[in-house]
Design a binder for this molecule. Structure first.
Ligand code: IMP
Length: 186
């Protein structure tokens, strides 16, 4: 399996799960599908900060419909750890109203589903015209809340991943490939 390095003396070579080329190709396919599904419509892409930023930036550039961006930020407790606790809090709200609009929530990874179930409920209360979810990664085996994404990049087993926006204690977001977090890493 391919490995990559991170410019830090305490990090060993990291195993690459998906290369930047594989990610780009899959995002292109997702963008094509989204563009077909929303042909002739306007779209608001709502990125979930911070992890979805690279995904949103790349996905947006493959989408051919009239699109605008908005961002929300949530805090889920036990951040920076490998466990999720269940409590989700909104720490940055939408800038613009979404009533009557086609909304696409853009998230890096759908894990327990707590974050997206919370956002879906919150957004539906604003009566968008349509509400869809795009997740670059999906870990279906970890689900606590009943929720599926409309567009999934890659479904993966219960692995902790870093890179392409995804962090471990805020580090590694800038890795261009999606890598496996070594079990013994700090
Ligand atoms: P959920 O609410 O459990 O679905 O978690 C969603 C959030 O948990 C993601 O947006 C990530 O911030 C974080 N997360 C879940 N799994 C991973 C992972 O493998 N690596 C990095 N972050 C993760």
């Amino acid at each position: 399996m391919a490995t990559t390095t991170y410019p830090s003396p305490d990090t060993k070579a990291l195993e690459v799960l998906y290369t930047r080329d594989q990610i780009a190709e899959r995002i292109r396919e997702m963008g094509e599908q989204i563009s077909k599904d929303l042909a002739g419509e306007k779209l608001v892409m709502v990125g979930v900060l911070k992890g979805a930023a690279p995904f949103l930036a790349d996905l947006a550039r493959t989408i051919t419909v009239d699109a605008t961006f908005d961002f929300v930020a949530v805090k889920s407790y036990a951040k920076g750890s490998r466990t999720s606790s269940g409590a989700v809090k909104l720490i940055k709200d939408l800038d613009e109203p979404i009533e009557g609009k086609n909304v696409l929530i853009v998230e890096d990874i759908l894990d327990t589903g707590l974050t997206l179930a919370y956002l879906r409920k919150l957004f539906l209360a604003h009566h968008p015209k349509t509400l869809r979810i795009a997740a670059l990664l999906d870990k279906p085996s970890r689900r606590i809340e009943q929720i599926e994404a409309d567009y999934v990049g890659f479904a993966i087993p219960n692995l902790f991943v870093i890179g392409f926006g995804m962090d471990y204690s805020e580090r590694y977001r800038n890795l261009p490939d999606i890598c496996l977090m070594p079990p013994d890493a700090v």
